[in-house]
Design a protein around this ligand. Structure first.
Ligand SMILES: [Fe+2]
Ligand SMILES: [Fe+2]
Length: 341
């Protein structure tokens, strides 16, 4: 398949996501460097919370990257900026106040990149919006961290300049801003609990595929159709293969013969995908075949989300359900890398 202008846009958004992962790693590193340098227990406590959030959000960002399904490298300029910031945070030339200022700048960059991706996704396609949904939590938390860091900077700055404590009221203002933001965080996504179960991860993939089918069927633009189909092909291929490598073998002992049905349906779906790949995306026959594939996939997904999910709930512990999610994501990521070659 030829690449379209929109493939380029998808790659560019993928590069921004890769940027975010790299900056998130830097933030965690900086958190860890700053913590032992802070004497004030209240400020240390705040940094500890930020560190906990940042570590959790790195996992979320990596999930988003896998779910997004388009692999790109982080920008060279971002990498340079990271190296420089790392040196500054590790060096001796900056005061604590200045290091926290650097940290707040990084948070600002991270929050803005996250919001930019969110806005760009709205323009490029609904499937991308679906894929990056958990990014909303990361964005809101980064915005909340920025508010906290402003408060920290006021306290540290007044101390450094005057040797005295800042007037009361800074923390309460920060708390207000936090409360306003966390209200939104709570409803932004159900993924606040940290790690996702296999059911959550599979459901997100299913939703994205569902959106891609709708985009293909609603569009009359052959370039758009080609772009969406290219993404659908990659997503369905990686998802189904990863299920066959990790989920199906695990559920087979308690889900029995129904598992074989799932294997067979996916083998058929992949044949249909390959058939579609050789067809003209502008033709009416193409859409007819897509509709057939959509009906088959929807049927398959319904079975997974009803009886298979129930069987997993009844036979696997919470930890096992999270472990399955980790294994599925790792398998899918590996397949995406192989396909990108
Ligand atoms: Fe599935
Ligand atoms: Fe499946």
């Amino acid at each position: 398949m030829v690449s379209t202008l929109d493939d380029t846009k998808r790659m560019a958004i993928g590069a921004k996501l890769a940027d975010m992962v790299a900056v998130q790693e830097l933030l965690i590193n900086a958190d860890q460097k700053l913590l032992p340098a802070i004497d004030d227990p209240e400020i240390r406590d705040r940094f500890q919370h930020i560190l906990d959030d940042d570590q959790k959000n790195l996992k979320v960002l990596n999930d988003v990257l896998v779910n997004y399904g388009v692999r790109s490298e982080a920008n060279e300029t971002t990498q340079k900026m990271i190296d420089e910031a790392r040196k500054l945070m590790e060096g001796q030339e900056l005061s604590l106040f200045e290091k926290v200022t650097q940290f707040e700048l990084l948070k600002h960059k991270q929050a803005m990149t996250g919001i930019l991706i969110h806005k760009a996704a709205q323009v490029v396609g609904a499937d991308i919006e679906a894929a990056i949904l958990p990014l909303n939590t990361v964005n809101f938390e980064n915005r909340a961290h920025q508010e906290q860091l402003k408060g920290v900077l006021e306290v540290l700055g007044v101390r450094q300049l005057t040797g005295q404590e800042a007037k009361q009221g800074i923390w309460s203002r920060v708390q207000d801003a936090m409360a306003a933001l966390t209200g939104v965080v709570g409803s932004a996504s159900g993924m606040n609990e940290g790690e996702m179960t296999i059911q959550n991860v599979l459901r997100m993939d299913h939703q994205k595929v569902n959106v891609l089918f709708m985009e293909i069927l609603q569009s009359d633009d052959p370039n758009k159709i080609q772009e969406y189909f290219g993404q659908l092909y990659k997503d369905l291929f990686a998802h189904s293969k990863a299920e066959e490598e990790t989920v199906y073998p695990t559920v087979q002992p308690f889900y029995g013969d129904d598992t074989q049905e799932l294997y067979d349906e996916q083998a058929e779906a992949r044949q249909l995908l390959d058939k579609l790949k050789s067809m003209n995306p502008g033709s009416a026959e193409f859409k007819d075949e897509v509709k057939k594939l959509q009906a088959a996939i929807m049927d398959h997904v319904r079975q997974e989300e009803s009886t298979m999910f129930a069987a997993i709930r009844n036979n696997c512990s919470d930890d096992q359900q999270k472990q399955m999610a980790t294994e599925f994501k790792a398998a899918k990521e590996k397949l995406q890398h192989e396909m990108a070659k």
